[in-house]
Design a protein around this ligand. Structure first.
Ligand SMILES: Nc1ccn([C@H]2C[C@H](O)[C@@H](COP(=O)(O)OP(=O)(O)OP(=O)(O)O)O2)c(=O)n1
Length: 160
């Protein structure tokens, strides 16, 4: 999906001021004026769905890839991501001190999570990119930036 220059892809006016591409240091977690990390635009989620569908079709594995199976596979892969973090102390953004091998291992496990998530969404007939847009719109309504800026409270904890 193409990101618009002004950050207005689906963000409200309320959020634009806090959504700049050059991220200013917040709570000491990111160096001032460090460019924000970005993904390459491809493959899209639909590309990933197609590649995984081809992978399973070629192996006659759809019989094993029903929604419950995929959900359990997804949770298992999330567990494998957790293993990479479980005995460490706090891990800062950018994973300072991690080796290239550790970073690649993490990239593989996160990819497994995404692959199973995309296939689970397909098998449940959820159009994931559109669902994400709808959910993010809801999140913005629930958490207006002007109201919750700098606070991690859940929406149910606000009084008004
Ligand atoms: N029945 C299967 C088995 C594998 N895969 C694909 C999707 C995942 O991206 C990856 C998962 O492979 P493994 O189950 O071998 O898990 P790992 O790659 O995590 O290996 P390991 O558990 O040894 O870390 O392969 C799949 O679609 N369906």
């Amino acid at each position: 999906m193409e990101a618009k220059e002004n950050g207005s892809l689906h963000a409200s006016v309320d959020e634009k001021n806090t959504n700049s591409e050059v991220h200013v240091k917040q709570n000491g977690h990111r160096a001032a004026a460090e460019p924000r990390f970005r993904f390459t635009p491809e493959p899209s989620l639909e590309d990933i769905r197609q590649m995984q569908a081809e992978f399973t079709d070629q192996r006659d594995w759809n019989q094993f890839h029903q929604p419950r199976n995929l959900l359990l596979a997804l949770v298992g892969e999330v567990g494998e991501v957790s293993e990479l973090f479980q005995w460490r102390g706090e891990v800062a953004e950018g994973l300072p001190g991690w080796s290239e091998a550790e970073r690649e291992h993490l990239a593989q496990e996160l990819s497994d999570v995404l692959i199973y998530l995309v296939e689970l969404a397909e098998k449940c007939r959820v159009d994931l990119p559109q669902a994400v847009l709808r959910k993010m719109a809801l999140n913005r309504l629930k958490y207006p930036a002007s109201k919750v800026h700098g606070s991690a409270k859940k929406y149910t904890e606000y009084q008004d």
